[in-house]
Design a protein around this ligand. Structure first.
Ligand code: 13P
Length: 262
């Protein structure tokens, strides 16, 4: 992390887990386990139906931001099953994940759609967490940098400086998601540095310096500190470990540790 230019963000992605009744006990547990020092921003990206319960539960915990896992790129209308930016902001949603590999794989979201969703989200005033990542096969064939560069350039295509500053980019290698096979700190740093280089080329140096880049994929309380110590890794997008308050709090605490060391 480079704290001179960027704020750390630890975002939980609950994916299709939890129920309304489990939200309040989770937030109470997290609150009790959180470190006192506010060393990073915190977000929880919940499934749509759980967002009202999450909003109620975090009402008095201002340091936890509410997030969603997807959004429709269109304003309103005949889009059965979709949820608009206005519906999310109306509920107090501040963060939205865009282009998660599970959306890309199971819902056919391509780079064009990801770009449209990202624009809609930031124009609605939310922070868009856009996900990129290579498959195991792409890594084996030496195509990681090419693939990531393409995905990042496509995601931020046409964005102004100001719009791009409201994005966060999450590097999530597909082979590391939910597998326990976390990327090494060096592997993750190498790709995150490349992501920053693409932003510099496409948008500009100032934005590249200011934009937060997260790592995601089997990040947990044991490996968080070494990943967060890397200069271009500004936080984490956490799946499995974000479902347990103590584990999630320990990852958040790792950002304080890094600050202390740094
Ligand atoms: P895991 O932390 O469960 O590997 O999931 C990562 C992820 O996909 C977060 O968006």
């Amino acid at each position: 992390m480079n704290r001179k230019y960027r704020k750390a963000l630890i975002a939980g992605n609950w994916k299709m887990n939890m129920t309304s009744s489990a939200v309040k006990p989770f937030v109470e547990g997290l609150r009790a386990a959180l470190p006192k020092a506010k060393s990073c921003d915190i977000a929880i990206c919940a499934p749509f139906p759980l967002i009202p319960a999450l909003a109620r539960a975090v009402k008095d915990v201002s340091r936890i931001g509410i997030g969603a896992q997807d959004v429709c790129e269109f304003k309103s209308g005949a889009y059965t099953g979709d949820v608009s930016c206005d519906m999310l902001t109306d509920l107090g949603v501040k963060y939205v994940i865009v282009g998660h590999s599970e959306r890309r794989a199971y819902h056919g979201e391509d780079d064009f759609k990801v770009n449209a969703k990202l624009r809609a989200a930031i124009d609605a005033g939310m922070t868009a967490i856009v996900c990129v990542g290579e498959s195991a096969e792409q890594r084996e064939r030496g195509l990681t940098m090419e693939h990531i560069s393409y995905q990042v350039a496509a995601a931020v295509c046409g964005l102004t400086d100001e719009q791009a500053k409201r994005c966060v980019i999450a590097y999530e290698p597909l082979w590391a998601i939910g597998t326990g096979a976390v990327a090494t700190a060096d592997q993750a740093q190498e790709v995150c540095a490349q992501i920053r280089a693409v932003i510099k080329r496409r948008i500009g140096a100032k934005t590249a310096r200011a934009i937060s880049i997260l790592y995601g994929g089997s990040m947990n309380m044991k490996n968080a500190a070494s990943l967060l110590a890397m200069p271009d890794i500004d936080g984490g997008l956490i799946g499995g470990a974000s479902l347990k308050p103590d584990d999630f709090a320990a990852i958040i605490a790792a950002t304080a540790q890094e600050q202390h060391n740094g």
